[in-house]
Design a protein around this ligand. Structure first.
Ligand code: F6R
Length: 608
């Protein structure tokens, strides 16, 4: 959950490092630092906090050079202090190193390989740089090869060595790292997007491969130090675009991009008015004769999308389904086997717990299907079958368009499974596919009708200390995501409850004026949810009701409402979530929060 960039070039490297780190800040923003080769060895500059601080410090200190590495950190081992910030140095200052990932055996290494060595920082990373000194024999590739053979865990490393002042060395295992060549050298980077302005292709570094980048070449070595060839990958410009397009925050841009994200995601999945999951090995025979259950595994918002998927698959396909939190699933020895379809959902394709859960499911013989936004990511690479969400690059830490695109894929998957199970009558299929294809347009209408209301209601919500979200069935699944969106960017405590569950304890927290958001889209049980709305109203709650046009009359007595277009009940979540994302955004804005980079969070969570 840190970002790494490095550059070899023919002009001052510092602005490149700082600009690259700015693009990578979504990966962590507790502290940052750079190290640069100079005539007098390796110089460095580090600060706690945002990159603006590092910019100022490098200007004051006039740091410059042609070859350097940089790092933006999300603290794991050791708090966000200047000492713990990267780069880290060997005591003889021959090596400087930046690291993304976690060295799981760092304590053990400190007591064995590095017994007697003193450490400046509390980081796992520092152990690696001292190991480099210990095993250095003049050949950096051989030294890296030896050192990584001692490491357990995940790492992407950028390394400078004073004996090779025009070179950057890097290696990676289960943490992203790409290398790109330019006319005067090249870049290493955690994310191809951050260097897409300089190169249209890159080489992924993975599985302990070692890369040597200097001003005239890039060479690759296997983990045991043998030279190897690698194929360049073309940069998908669409996928990597990071232009804010004049919006104050990426989150607003990304919420407004939801109609397009869904359109691009579903277009390749519909052919001749039928769901067509090309390249996904799910046949009617598999569905009818092998498949016994679907397990959806993910974290955070992706898990919330999974909760929607579980309900849809069970109700429409009559296949047992569950939604599991990846960090739990991987430690409970789950009962899955070759009759299980294990579905992993991830925007980044990097989330450590989701990836580990995927490996476990593979080991147990389940069929693997992933729903991923970033092509070339670890989860995409390790899955037998992938359906890509085509949301484009998502920069704001709080997901919006990727979550919506994940729902769209889950609708398509549900329809495919229902069809294979002979549970989908032709007229229903036709209606559902028509409605699925209409979602982009209905989301646009939802935005247009509710955006001003969201800004207005945010005035009241920004005053709240607690907010509750209630709903039943799919409305509850949407509540989970709405509540997370609110708390993560506005820092207001919020919770989602199954509407019928509130009176079993939490109702005691509902005092006069406490905002309660009721999602009441499910027509079949509208009356039941309405009773729960009355229960909280009787305690003086400030109600905001979200429902569809055909129920608008029924909720006209409430002061605050978000009305979304009518749709089939299965697709309601996709519409309900939109005004609630907008409400969270404007509430956070009123409170002056850092919307795109909420405190303590990072966009891709590569630690467990
Ligand atoms: C919340 C959010 C997170 C992610 C979660 C999983 O807005 O974005 O909860 O959904 O960290 O990340 P991915 O989808 O990259 O696996």
């Amino acid at each position: 959950m840190c970002g790494i960039i490095g550059r070899v070039g023919s002009d001052n490297v510092v602005p490149y490092l700082l600009n690259g780190l700015e693009c990578l800040e979504y990966r962590g923003y507790d502290s940052a630092g750079i190290a640069v080769h100079t005539e007098n060895g390796i110089s460095f500059c580090k600060t706690v906090g945002r990159l603006a601080g590092l910019r100022e410090k490098t200007e004051n200190e006039k740091t410059s050079g042609f070859v350097g590495i940089g790092h933006t950190r999300w603290a794991t081992h050791g708090g966000p202090t200047e000492t713990n910030a990267h780069p880290h140095f060997s005591h003889d200052r021959k090596f400087a190193l930046v690291h993304n990932g976690i060295i799981e055996n760092s304590n053990e290494l400190a007591e064995t390989e590095l017994a007697g060595v003193s450490f400046n920082s509390e980081t796992d990373t520092e152990k690696v740089v001292h190991l480099l000194t210990k095993y250095y024999n003049g050949n950096v590739v051989e030294t890296i090869s030896k050192v990584i053979s001692l490491l357990k865990g995940s790492y992407a490393l950028g390394i400078l060595c004073t004996d090779y002042p025009n070179t950057i060395f890097s290696t990676a295992m289960a943490s992203p790292m790409v290398v790109a060549q330019t006319q005067d050298g090249g870049f290493i980077c955690s994310d191809a997007g951050a260097i897409s302005a300089y190169s249209k292709e890159y080489y992924p570094v993975k599985n302990g491969e070692i890369c040597v980048l200097n001003d005239s070449s890039i060479s690759f070595f296997s983990p045991d130090g043998q030279p190897m060839e690698k194929q360049a990958v073309k940069i998908d410009v669409d996928e990597l675009t990071t232009d804010k397009q004049g919006y104050e925050h990426y989150m607003m841009l990304e919420m407004l991009q939801q109609p397009t994200a869904i359109k691009k995601t579903i277009m390749p999945l519909i052919k001749d008015n039928k769901i067509n999951l090309e390249n996904v090995d799910i046949t009617d025979d598999y569905i009818q004769n092998t498949l016994r259950e679907v397990v959806i595994v993910a974290c955070g918002s992706a898990y919330h999308a999974g909760v929607v998927g579980k309900q849809l698959i069970e109700s429409m396909c009559k296949i047992r389904a569950s939604a599991e939190i990846a960090s739990e699933f991987r430690y409970v020895d789950p009962l899955i086997d070759e009759h299980t379809l294990a579905v992993f959902i991830s925007q980044s394709g990097e989330t450590a717990d989701t990836l580990a859960a995927l490996r476990l499911a593979k080991q147990k013989g389940a069929k693997i299907l992933s729903i991923v936004n970033v092509s070339g990511s670890a989860i995409a690479n390790e899955s037998d079958n992938v359906i890509f969400t085509r949301a484009g690059r998502e920069v704001a830490v709080a997901t919006t368009k990727a979550y919506s695109a994940q729902l769209a894929v889950l609708y398509a998957l549900t329809l495919r499974l229902a069809k294979g199970k002979n549970m989908l009558a032709e007229d229903v299929e036709k209606k559902m596919i028509h409605e699925l294809a209409s979602l982009p347009q209905k989301i646009q209408q939802t935005i247009d009708k509710n955006i001003e209301k969201a800004e207005l209601y945010a005035n009241k919500f920004a005053e709240a200390t607690d907010i509750y979200y209630i709903g039943r069935r799919l409305d509850y699944a949407a509540s989970l995501e709405a509540s997370l969106k609110m708390k993560e960017i506005s820092y207001i405590h919020s919770e989602a409850y199954a509407a019928g569950e509130l009176k079993h304890g939490t109702l005691s927290l509902v005092d006069p004026g406490v905002p309660v958001v009721a999602l009441a889209g499910d027509a079949e049980i509208f009356g039941k949810t309405y009773s729960n709305i009355c229960e909280v109203l009787a305690r003086g709650a400030h109600m905001l009701v979200v429902t569809n046009e055909s129920n608008a009359e029924l909720v006209s007595e409430f002061e605050d409402t978000f009305i979304v277009p009518d749709t089939l009940p299965q697709f309601n979540v996709s519409l309900q979530i939109v005004p609630l994302q907008l409400l969270s955004y404007y509430t956070a804005k009123k409170k002056g929060c850092d919307i795109d980079k909420p405190k303590n969070l990072a966009k891709s969570v590569t630690v467990e």
